[in-house]
Design a protein around this ligand. Structure first.
Ligand code: AP5
Length: 218
């Protein structure tokens, strides 16, 4: 079992690589962004509270996301957890450390995915997702084989996120550099940080992540 964090700015490819690890290794993806979007779609009270904050591109409160993660980590699970988009602040990182210790688990690696801002804009503005199975695509770099039809499940329910526009992205990037980038130093100081070049092809980035995981877990 191995537990990892995928750390990187919006559009770095965290979700794309997390899904590969779920498929290839049976790991469990814990994406706070997905959990918040599910709450919004379900129309829960919390979902209604976070909707505006998320569409602007700001972070929701630590209390909400820590609560979401706490509910999901009920013990060791399968091949391990991939924390995707969590933690994003120093209090979230402290909370995750305490939570894992309480559950008898440990953090094995924090993988920082580095991508420059120009590439992030292109990735975010071209992204679309299958509403049925969650497969992530891109207009230019990863289109569906048949226009409008999911390669994985055949659904035609393709969606674009409300915060995937240039204005929201500017704010999301500012939030990242102000509140999340300090985690790079936090985990470096603990000896847990590994950095990959997120600008490579999806499979090349995946191979690099696999190399790090294999070196840490065996
Ligand atoms: P969240 O859903 O976590 O979004 P994000 O961090 O902004 O990250 P993204 O999902 O946009 O990008 P990604 O890195 O997963 O990239 P992807 O693989 O899709 O958070 C959304 C919001 O929720 C936040 O703004 C905040 O409001 C709230 N929130 C969530 N967690 C929170 C927390 N912990 N605390 C507080 N608030 C929280 O790839 C992007 C595109 O690029 C795709 O089209 C893909 O096909 C393409 N692509 C991927 N890799 C490559 C590659 N190597 N080469 C070419 N194209 C690629």
């Amino acid at each position: 079992m191995i537990n990892i964090i995928l750390l990187g700015p919006p559009g770095a490819g965290k979700g794309t690589q997390a899904r590969k690890l779920v498929d290839d290794r049976g790991m469990v993806q814990l994406s706070t962004g997905d959990m918040l979007r599910e709450a919004m779609a379900a129309g829960t009270e919390m979902g209604r509270r976070v909707a505006d904050v998320m569409s602007r591109g700001e972070l929701v409160t630590d209390e909400i996301v820590i609560g979401l993660i706490e509910e999901k980590i009920t013990g060791g699970q399968g091949a391990g957890f991939i924390f995707d988009g969590f933690p994003r602040t120093l209090p979230q990182a402290d909370a995750l450390g305490e939570l894992l210790t309480r559950r008898g688990l440990r953090l094995d690696a924090v993988i920082e995915m580095r991508v420059d801002d120009a590439a992030l804009v292109a990735r975010i503005t071209g992204r679309f997702t299958c509403g049925a199975c969650g497969e992530v695509y891109h207009d230019a770099t990863h289109p569906t084989a048949k226009p409008g039809v999911c390669d994985v499940c055949g659904s035609t329910d393709m969606r674009r996120r409300a915060d995937d526009n240039e204005d929201s992205l500017k704010l999301r990037l500012m939030e990242y550099y102000k509140k999340t980038a300090p985690l790079i130093g936090y985990y470096y100081a603990r000896g847990d940080l590994f950095t990959v070049d997120g600008l490579g092809e999806i499979d090349a980035v995946g191979a690099e992540i696999t190399r790090i995981i294999d070196a840490r877990c065996c």
